[in-house]
Design a protein around this ligand. Sequence first.
Ligand SMILES: *Cc1c(COP(=O)(O)O)cnc(C)c1O
Length: 374
Amino acid sequence: MHRQTIARVFPERLRHNVRRVAHHAPGAKIMACVKADGYGHGMLNVATAINDEVNGFAVACLEEALTLREAGVEKDVLLLEGPHHPEEIEYSAQHGVTLKIASLDQLQWLCDTPENRRPPCWLKIDTGMHRLGIAPAEAANAYARLRQLLPADADIVVSTHFAQADAESSEATERQLNVFNGCIVTLEEFAQNGQQNKSGKHIGQSCANSAGILRYPQSHRSWVRPGYMLYGGSPFAFATAESLGLQPAMSFDTQVIALRDLSEGESVGYGGRWRATRPSRIATLAAGYGDGYPRSATDGTGVTIGRYLCPLAGRVSMDMLTVDVTDHPDVHIGSTATLWGNSPHVDEVAARAQTIGYELLAGMPKRVPRQVDE
Ligand SMILES: *Cc1c(COP(=O)(O)O)cnc(C)c1O
């Protein structure tokens, strides 16, 4: 026996979404972002599903990188934030993990690491996000130092990250791209003058997250870094995932465990937030905020039970939530309910809860088993 509250994960939909990335950015290599346990889908479930279709995996911390390596993943693994501590550099080299060098401190740590124990590196420039990255004015110097520290044939990809590629206005992103392009011109001049870029290749570059991939073709460069779109979500508030041709890779399912009939005027749940305005039938479902469903979801948020999209009724509890099924008399104990998946989409639930689908997916707790559909 096991609880019927599960997150079903669909490998074929993950692969479909990777093909959407390739469709938008045909010339670029794909660095799939699988941090935060694969945006809640299970990092290894995701890596297994799309390993053959991508060129590498990006993670936030060394623990995540090692989980991939221990599972036998052989593709590039990129640590997006770079090392958090000097010791992580040698450790990364041992496990073939690529580091982003995103600060002068990290560059110094690399310098202090014996030459034969330095991992492959990308360089991150801060073009406007102001969270991590080398200042544009210092980029050429940092690149020159990095070139000296790494083998002559090392492919140092220069990257940046957008702060507002999901916004309606393109102004901030265009500004960031201009700053980035300026840095690249300087670095290429340096590489040619100093004849340091021995391969004679252009400098590898990476800018685009999901929003960049979908909206800014001029940002695609050599590597794209899709995250949310791989999982079938839309990074934009103004465009649905469906309109972008993306398929939700998860169905968060539970079941009806109780039904009751209420008279007009009776209320449901903590605080009595929802009140029956007519004789009503309430279904109680076996999932709550302890399973990652947002407590902030408002009355009326859609929950699919059987074939019907029904309104949430009353405050979400830790282990249960309540739904108005008055109009659907065939809903019964044991009926399957979908909290997010095809319908409602996680982006819709998130909008009702004043957040984004990223947070809902990344916040799904271990208690909900991830079940891979084959
Ligand atoms: C998480 C992350 C991404 C992916 O962003 P999405 O919006 O999920 O596509 C790309 N680049 C960096 C540096 C990130 O941290």
